[in-house]
Each structure stands twice: as structure tokens, then as C-alpha cells.
Design a protein around this ligand. Structure first.
Ligand code: PLP
Length: 368
């Protein structure tokens, strides 16, 4: 199996597995219980919170553990907005943001992207209305890998708060939400070598949210529900490994650039998506016109290679990627999109096998 879909989820780091294994073997209490086992679970969670806070350079008091970044996005957006509040949101955002905005019954203004998936700061400033309550801009786009200028954006919109989805930034580029001037940010354990089952919402000190999930005093009343002690521990351990991961990203970038160069040499009609000058090190988004992304994906899957096409399943049919459409591609072109996202474990040999397999598949599909 060759796995090149690390933006969807990445492998749990061996040192994370080592850290959590003993927790599976022992009886863990409910962190809300006052007896010894409960206090022990609470202690584990609080030391994890301290570690995550240290990694993000924020106060542990301002972190809320939940089950996923999708949930964290809902806690932040629905907890902050009242129905009818006006929000400026970029076209780059993840579907979880659009889902939360619909739940919050927000009035939405959309900031478009250019053909490379970039935003314009001048257009951003011009799009702010007197009643804009919140601006939403992700730090890194999950399909095309673009890095957005969060510090510049937070300064440009001051004093309007910025909600920044940091899910694809953490572990790929240095990212500290408070230093960058954000008001809220979210992260996900399974994207950084932790486990599926833990997301985090960070809010700036003093920012008050209504409770979105109620019925318990967990997380200081900000998110009811028994905490997932093991996934939280995994998240924290993965955070402690981020300095090492960021160093490894230099090697990942080298491999991604080799992949891109070799593919460009072998396919003269290859189009690269996104801002090649300003991308995270592991992501390569591309298309080969006339080659349906889903067909390529299925053919690669049969050969044991996992990548992604950006298409999403909607009412039983495959819809072209909204991001690729936002870059101005036609639906036909967008359906040819492919995303290859490398992990710190990806080897040169895997990349070479992927290239050769893709060439064979493209030749076969183009003949048919
Ligand atoms: N935001 C971005 C940019 C993502 O890439 C993802 C996951 O793909 C999410 C949010 C949602 O994360 P989770 O899987 O933890 O709900």
C-alpha cells in the first residue's frame, strides 16, 4: 500500500502509540468523577492541555477539547454568532465552516479567490461592512495547499475578530494563532500524527461563547460530554513532536518538488493547481485534462495507491471540487483534479512507483 493522502488523515506517530498504549491497558475513570480514578483521568487531560498550549503558545485555559475539528468549528462559530449576524468568509473554506454558518443562520458575504486560490487584502478590506461581526479565513487550504497571510489579514480587519481554521497548518508550517492576531482557531489530532477523535478550539482570552453543546460542566462549561482521555493524550503527544515534524517537512518539500518536476517532464499538458510559490511542503494538486480524476483514483486504488480527487459525493453523484471551481475551472476541468499529499513517512521509492503507475494508467485511459 502506498498512501499519498496525508491531508485526509495521517498515520499515528509511533511515539504517540507508545504513549497511549499503557492507557488502554489500565482502567481509566471519567474525568468528571471525584474519586481517585476520575482525578487521575483529569490529571492526564490537564497535562495534555498544558502540552497543547505550549505548542500553540497560548494559555491552557483558552483551549476546549472536543471530538473533531468539525465540532470545534461549530462550537466557535455557533457559540459566537447570533442568527442574522453578518460574516465575511473566503471561498477557500472547508465544508465544516459552511455547515456551521448554516447552523448559526449567519448572513454570509463571500470573498472570492483568484485563479491561483489567493485572496486580495484590498478586496478583503473593501468587503467589510459596518455590521460585519466575524471574518473567516483558513491558514492552509486542504486541497491546493495554499498558505494564507493570517497576520496581515488580522491586522487588515482589526478590530473585527478573525476565525482561522488551523487544521492543515499545524505540523506543516509554524503556526501560533494568538501571535498572528486570531480570535479563534481550530486543530485536529488525526492530521498531525495523533488519533481520530480529538479536535481543539482555541479562543482568545476574554472571548465569550454561548454554549453549543450543553448538559455537562466539562471543559469549564464550554463543551459538555465526557472527554476522550486517550485521543486527547495522543493529540498532546503529537503536539510535542511538532518541532521534529517541522524539520522533517524540509525533506517532504524536496520529495514533493521532485514529484512535481518529474510529472511536468513526463506530462507536458499537466496543470498545477494553487499558488506554487506559497504552498505547504507536502501538497501537490494537479490535473491532466481529459483524464477523469475519479477514474484515475480508482485505477490507482486497484494498484494499492491512495490519493484524493477533490470531488465530493453529494446526493449519490460526484460533484466537482468547489475549490477548483472557485479558481475558475470549468466543471469538466475540475473533475480531472487530483490531490497528492505526502507524509513524513513517504519514501522516494513510493514516489517513483506512484509516478510510473500514473504514467501507465494515463496511457491506458487516454487510449480508451
Ligand atoms: N478544516 C480543514 C481545513 C480540514 O482539512 C479538515 C479535515 O479534512 C477539517 C477542518 C475537519 O477536521 P476533522 O476531520 O477533525 O473534523
Amino acid at each position: 500500500m502506498i498512501y499519498l493522502d496525508h491531508n485526509a488523515t495521517t498515520f499515528t506517530h509511533p511515539q504517540v502509540l507508545e504513549k497511549i498504549q499503557p492507557l488502554f491497558a489500565k482502567q481509566l475513570g471519567n474525568a468528571s468523577s471525584v474519586h481517585q480514578l476520575g482525578r487521575e483521568a483529569k490529571g492526564i487531560i490537564e497535562s495534555a492541555r498544558f502540552q497543547v498550549a505550549q505548542t500553540l503558545t497560548v494559555s491552557p485555559r483558552n483551549l476546549v477539547f472536543c471530538s473533531s475539528a468539525t465540532e470545534a468549528i461549530h462550537l466557535g462559530i455557533c457559540g459566537f454568532l447570533a442568527p442574522g449576524d453578518r460574516v465575511l468568509v473566503t471561498q477557500a473554506e472547508h465544508p465544516a465552516i459552511w455547515g456551521a454558518l448554516a447552523q448559526a443562520q449567519a448572513k454570509i458575504d463571500i470573498l472570492p479567490l483568484d485563479q491561483y486560490g489567493r485572496i486580495s487584502i484590498d478586496q478583503l478590506k473593501a468587503s467589510i461592512q459596518p455590521d460585519t461581526k466575524l471574518v473567516i479565513m483558513m491558514a492552509v487550504q486542504n486541497e491546493i495547499g495554499n498558505i494564507y497571510p493570517i497576520e496581515q489579514i488580522s491586522k487588515a480587519i482589526h478590530p473585527i475578530p478573525l476565525f482561522c481554521d488551523g487544521v492543515q497548518a499545524l505540523g506543516k508550517i509554524p503556526f501560533a494563532p494568538e501571535k498572528l492576531g486570531c480570535a479563534m482557531s481550530v486543530f485536529s489530532g488525526h492530521k498531525i500524527g495523533g488519533l481520530i477523535g480529538c479536535g481543539v478550539l482555541w479562543t482568545k482570552p476574554g472571548l465569550i461563547l454561548k454554549s453549543y453543546i450543553s448538559g455537562g460542566a466539562q471543559e469549564r462549561g464550554r463543551r459538555a460530554g465526557t472527554e476522550n482521555t486517550i485521543a486527547i493524550t495522543a493529540f498532546a503527544q503529537a503536539c510535542s513532536l511538532i518541532p521534529q515534524r517541522l524539520i522533517q517537512m524540509q525533506d517532504v518539500a524536496f520529495k514533493r518538488d521532485y514529484l512535481q518536476k518529474t510529472l511536468l517532464d513526463r506530462f507536458p499538458d499537466l496543470c498545477i493547481h494553487g499558488d506554487v510559490e506559497n504552498r505547504v511542503p507536502n501538497t501537490l494538486a494537479l490535473r491532466l485534462d481529459g483524464l477523469d480524476g475519479e477514474l484515475v483514483l480508482q485505477a490507482l486504488d486497484l494498484k494499492g495507491i491512495c490519493i484524493s480527487s477533490g470531488s465530493a459525493c453529494s446526493s449519490g453523484a460526484l460533484e466537482p471540487s468547489k475549490i477548483l471551481l472557485a479558481l475558475g475551472l470549468s466543471a469538466k476541468q475540475a473533475k480531472c483534479g487530483l490531490r497528492i499529499s505526502l507524509g513524513v513517512q513517504t519514501t522516494q521509492e513510493e514516489i517513483d512507483i506512484f509516478i510510473e503507475t500514473l504514467i501507465q494508467i494515463a496511457q491506458k485511459l487516454r487510449l480508451n
